[in-house]
Write a protein that binds this ligand. Sequence first.
Ligand SMILES: [Mg+2]
Length: 234
Amino acid sequence: MRVFMERLILFDIDGTLTRTHNGYLPFNDAIEKTFGIDGDIRSVVPDGNTDPMIVKDIFIRANLAMEIQHTDWQYFSATLRDCYKDAVRQGTTTIRPLPGAMELVQALWAGDNIHPSVVTGNFEVTAEIKLETAGLLPYLHRGAYASDSHHRPDLPQIARTRWQQMTRRSLRTEQCVVIGDTPKDLAAARHNQMKCVLVETGRYPVEELRYCEPDECVADLADTQSILAMLSNI
Ligand SMILES: [Mg+2]
C-alpha cells in the first residue's frame, strides 16, 4: 500500500506566484524616503535576492558606503509598504497572479496533505500587500520573509519551524518543497536539504534553471492537476 506523504510547499512570490509591473516605482520611492539617496533597483539584479540585500547592492552600485542600522530597516520596510499601497491604489504599479497560481494555492488550501506557505525575499509587510493585491493571501500559511533574516538560505527552515509551531505537528525537511524561479531559490532549498521545483516564469533562461538540476522544472503552474500530482510524488 502506498502511504501518502504530507508536504509543506514553500512558494517564492515574485516571478513564481505573482508578476509585478512597475515595482521599481515604490521601491525607489522608499529608498529615497528612507536613505535620502536617488537609488534605482533597475541598476541591479534583484531576482532571488532579499530586499535588504537588494538595497545593499544598489548602494554598492552607486559607490555609496553607508552603515545601515536595524532601525533603518524597520523604517524602510514600513515605508516600502506604504509606497506599495499608494502605487497599487493609484494603479501605477500592478500585481497579478501568474497563470495557474490562484487555482493551485486554492486547491492546496482545500486539501489535507499538501500545505501551501511562502518563502520570500520580501519583508512580511510587503509580501502581504503583493499577495493580497493578487488575491492569493487567504490561501497561504504564514511562511518566512526578509524581515526574519536577510540571508535567504535561512528562510526555508524558519518557515518549516513556524508551520510546526502553528500546527503542533512535525514535518521532516525532505517533506518540504521550495518552488521558485531562480537558482537562489534552489540554493536555499539545498542548504536545508529540501526538495525544489523551479518554474520558468521569472527572468532566468530555462537552460540555466535546468543546468542547476532542481528536482523538477516546469514551464509554469498552469496545469493544476499535473502540478498536484508532481508535488505528491516528488
Ligand atoms: Mg522570485
